[in-house]
Design a protein around this ligand. Structure first.
Ligand code: PLP
Length: 372
């Protein structure tokens, strides 16, 4: 089975982890600091804090920015953690519908305004940046924080600038199947020094050190990354541009092989030239006459050894969210869910495998369309 995404680990990664395992420190140590510095350099931001996952990164970020009891505009088309960490902070998500690219639609943000909103949290769906200029100017106009869950987009760019320094703070995931991996892991990038100081306290029990004396003025946790993860991250970071180039090559090949097909459109082929996607996903969107056949199509693709997935069931349609917030209609996100299938796209795939996958997809869709 060729999965929709998987990690790429080489002998340098193995050596780096083995060396770290034999080092003097396993938990906190110099590699964690070095990884944070290397990430800040790569992203072109002042500060990076690494932690155990993007989920804990989101939790800490919302907590550090005091979003408790606030309302926050966010996207329904994401992994559930983007919104559930708001709930964990007793904040209320206000879901804004999406545009053609699967990202929050800036033209609909004004409709979401109500009293008590403090922030916008966007997601770079599939690895392609949101419309930074539009969201930034909306946030500036209404004095809102602009936070980015860029878990799909490490290494992606907007107008030639790396995603990571474009919002007030950006969150990344180093989960096994993201651009680069530390097995599990996450990071927050920001140019805000005061926010950085608060995050450093939150991540490690709120303990402030002053010589031999320690003080705790605020609640903290242990969400720290360890030295083994940082060693793997440093080694993976050296290869990120090659990883992204490979994913882009596969995405362009798919675009070419699927051009003008009668069954679906390819999200990657429609991206604005301003955007360089990290291609965490390669989403295709079935044409409406095939929506009711999607389960059958997914089953047939899996039977053909393709590890396809669906991203995402919109968060506002989950039972927890309906119980808390009531039933909402966000037609674009709901249609996207009816149409979307993520095809295999990752660094370990060959172009031959991609060509083979494309042929399977077209032949399965042909047979399903003919039986309609
Ligand atoms: C993967 C992902 C997360 C969660 O990342 P973890 O590191 O697994 O906690 C959050 N948001 C989005 C958009 C993701 O894709």
């Amino acid at each position: 089975m060729n999965p929709y995404s998987t990690q790429c680990i080489d002998t340098d990664d193995l050596k780096a982890v083995q060396q770290a395992l034999q080092g003097a420190h396993l938990a906190q140590g110099p590699l964690v600091e070095r990884f944070e510095g290397a990430l800040a350099d790569y992203l072109g931001v002042k500060h990076v804090v690494v932690c155990t996952s993007a989920t804990t990164a989101l939790f800490m970020l919302y907590h550090a920015l005091d979003l408790a009891n606030a309302k926050v505009i966010t996207t329904p088309l994401s992994f559930v953690a983007t919104a559930s960490m708001l709930l964990a902070n007793r904040a209320t998500p206000i879901f804004c519908d999406i545009g053609q690219d699967g990202n929050i639609n800036p033209a609909l943000l004004e409709n979401c305004l109500e009293s008590g909103i403090k922030a916008v949290v966007s997601v770079d769906y599939g690895g392609a940046s949101v419309d930074i200029e539009a969201i930034k100017s909306f946030c500036a106009k209404h004095s809102l924080l602009f936070l980015s869950d860029s878990s799909h987009a490490f290494g992606g760019e907007y107008c030639g600038a790396k995603i990571g320094g474009l919002a007030d703070a950006s969150v990344f995931s180093f989960h096994a199947i993201k651009s680069i991996t530390t097995a599990e892991g996450g990071a927050i990038a920001t140019n805000d020094g005061a926010l950085y100081t608060r995050l450093k306290l939150l991540i490690s029990h709120g303990v402030e050190k002053n010589g031999w004396d320690t003080e705790v003025q605020s609640l903290g946790f242990n969400f720290r990354m360890n030295e083994l993860q940082a060693a793997l991250g440093l080694s993976q970071l050296k290869k990120v541009d090659a990883f992204i180039a490979k994913r882009e090559e596969i995405a362009c090949l798919y675009d070419h092989l699927f051009k003008d097909n009668p069954y679906f459109t390819c999200l990657h082929a429609t991206l604005s030239p301003k955007i360089k996607s990290a291609n965490h996903l390669y989403p295709i969107l079935l044409k409406p006459h095939l929506w009711e056949k999607k389960t059958l199509i997914l089953d047939m693709l899996v039977q053909a050894q393709m590890g396809v997935q669906v991203h995402y069931k919109p968060i506002h349609t989950f039972k927890l969210y309906q119980d808390l917030l009531g039933t909402q209609g966000l037609p674009k996100a709901q249609d996207f869910y009816k149409a979307e299938i993520s095809l295999p796209c990752h660094t370990k795939m060959s172009l031959e495998q991609a060509t083979d996958s494309a042929k399977k997809v077209l032949s399965i869709l042909k047979s399903v369309a003919e039986s309609c």
